[in-house]
Write a protein that binds this ligand. Sequence first.
Ligand SMILES: Nc1ncnc2c1ncn2[C@@H]1O[C@H](COP(=O)(O)OP(=O)(O)OP(=O)(O)O)[C@@H](O)[C@H]1O
Ligand SMILES: [Mg+2]
Length: 242
Amino acid sequence: MDKELLLEVKNLSCFYEGKRKGLKKPERKQVLKNVSLKIYKDEIVGLVGESGCGKSTLSKAILGLITDCEGDVIHYSKLPQMVFQDPFSSLNPEKSILWILEEPLRAQGVPKQERKERALKMLDRIGLGEGYANRKPDELSGGQRQRVAIASAIITHPKFLIADEPVSALDVTVQAQILRLMKELKDEFDLSYLFISHDLDVIYQICDRVMVMRNGEIVEENETQKLFDDPKHPYTKKLLNT
Ligand SMILES: Nc1ncnc2c1ncn2[C@@H]1O[C@H](COP(=O)(O)OP(=O)(O)OP(=O)(O)O)[C@@H](O)[C@H]1O
Ligand SMILES: [Mg+2]
């Protein structure tokens, strides 16, 4: 049976307007160059590349947040949910953890009692338990906050999640715990991930397939083990040697 396709990006190019010294008119700067990719059900696809190469721009373009783009982004399921690097800025500091977990369900009109039950169950699933329900985000560690951010992204059962450097702000032991949790949740909730990171060790731990981006272009793509065993592009070789 053919794999179920969730997202297709075809020949996507994106541009920002940038001002440069000495120029009166803003310049149209190309940040993504002819990017094509497919994401299927049940897979974790990594996107790796140096700072500034266009990884976050690609995730924004997938969500339709970049105005100046050419090419196609085709969603075959609901829009993906996002998880960001800094869970502190993505969680409302005024609200309790329970409120934060209930919010996506509230937006869907889920009744109060069911909302609370599902939020408490999710809290338990991410290893935080009811004792955390009434705490505020600043009373949690970075790793715990990232657990809450992931939980709130998947509580409405999306099919597809984009995680943009979700463990980059965490130390290595906490990184490993969050990666393990994300893998477990992927199976339990039937999720696919586009997993963005500049860190090849992290990519190796979680991804089934990897795309390497350089200056807004995908220069190489392969199954994770094959890419690490036998990199083809000089840039991939360079990344693997550093
Ligand atoms: N709103 C914007 N306006 C103009 N230029 C931008 C804007 N956002 C990003 N850029 C530029 O686009 C390029 C790609 O940025 P992007 O944030 O996609 O990189 P990234 O790969 O996510 O980097 P990092 O690993 O540091 O998060 C960079 O040169 C950046 O300076
Ligand atoms: Mg980024």
